[in-house]
Design a binder for this molecule. Structure first.
Ligand SMILES: Cc1cc2nc3c(=O)[nH]c(=O)nc-3n(C[C@H](O)[C@H](O)[C@H](O)COP(=O)(O)O)c2cc1C
Length: 229
């Protein structure tokens, strides 16, 4: 099978978690002799080729990060142009790989609903959405941890190569839990101090120079500074 992958991430390929996830997915997908071609929307020079592939290729997969509980704006902009070029009759399949920072799959359900509407508008059959959370730290937690975090995507690639779509229990058990259990939530409270330290380290690596609990717009009295009202 030949698969066209279009990354809907905003961040440049070299910094994007989606790019790393696509890399792992390809590894699994190509293991049996299948081939892929990837286009990155973060590079606008690739938009014409991505649009042409969306019109002509049989199997297309959008891989995207969850942004404010839905799709990144750059992908919406790309899709606006693509919908006008859609063939009148359904041809080929469109599937989605959706990854986010929070651990629960429930975070992504609103976005999934929107994604489900797209294949019809683009003259394609829906091939399902694979959802995986807890990916925020992928580029920040070191190579060993990243390797473990990418494993489910390589496996999803292998299974997608066989099924041609993301549907059924085979993919559900690779995905993140719908909700964390009460026990997991209770346990996470014990780790809060460690989580705070970790977030501080991550924030520094991302260029943050102040404390994470800084309140620059609030006076000592607790009121919003008059200059900011
Ligand atoms: C502006 C912005 C909004 C985000 N919104 C969400 C969100 O609503 N839910 C979530 O689980 N993760 C959210 N995230 C986290 C990203 O989905 C996550 O870190 C992802 O791995 C980033 O992939 P990328 O590096 O390819 O952009 C957000 C990240 C950014 C920068």
């Amino acid at each position: 099978m030949r698969l066209t992958i279009i990354s809907g991430a905003v961040r440049h390929q070299s910094k994007s978690n989606t790019a790393k996830i696509i890399g792992a997915f390809r590894q699994g997908f190509e293991a049996g002799g299948n081939t892929t071609k990837v286009w990155f929307l973060s590079d606008r020079r690739q938009w014409d080729s991505a649009r042409a592939a969306l019109q002509t290729e049989e199997n297309v997969l959008f891989a995207l990060p969850l942004y404010v509980e839905n799709v990144p704006g750059i992908l919406l902009e790309f899709l606006e142009g693509a919908a006008a070029d859609a063939p009148p009759q359904a041809c080929g399949r469109l599937s989605f790989l959706l990854q986010g920072g929070f651990p629960e799959a429930s975070q992504s359900r609103c976005c999934e609903k929107f994604l489900k509407t797209l294949p019809g508008k683009l003259g394609r059959e829906y091939g399902g959405t694979f959802i995986h959370g807890e990916m925020f730290g992928l580029s920040l937690l070191g190579e060993k941890r990243a390797k473990a975090m990418l494993k489910p995507f390589a496996e999803a690639g292998r299974r997608f190569a066989q099924a041609g779509r993301f549907q059924g229990a085979d993919f559900a058990n690779l995905s993140s839990p719908e909700y964390l259990s009460e026990k997991q939530i209770r346990q996470s409270r014990h780790f809060r101090p460690a989580q705070k330290c970790l977030l501080t380290v991550i924030a520094r690596r991302l260029g943050c120079k102040t404390r994470l609990d800084a309140r620059p717009l609030i006076e000592d009295t607790g009121k919003i500074k008059s200059s900011e009202r």
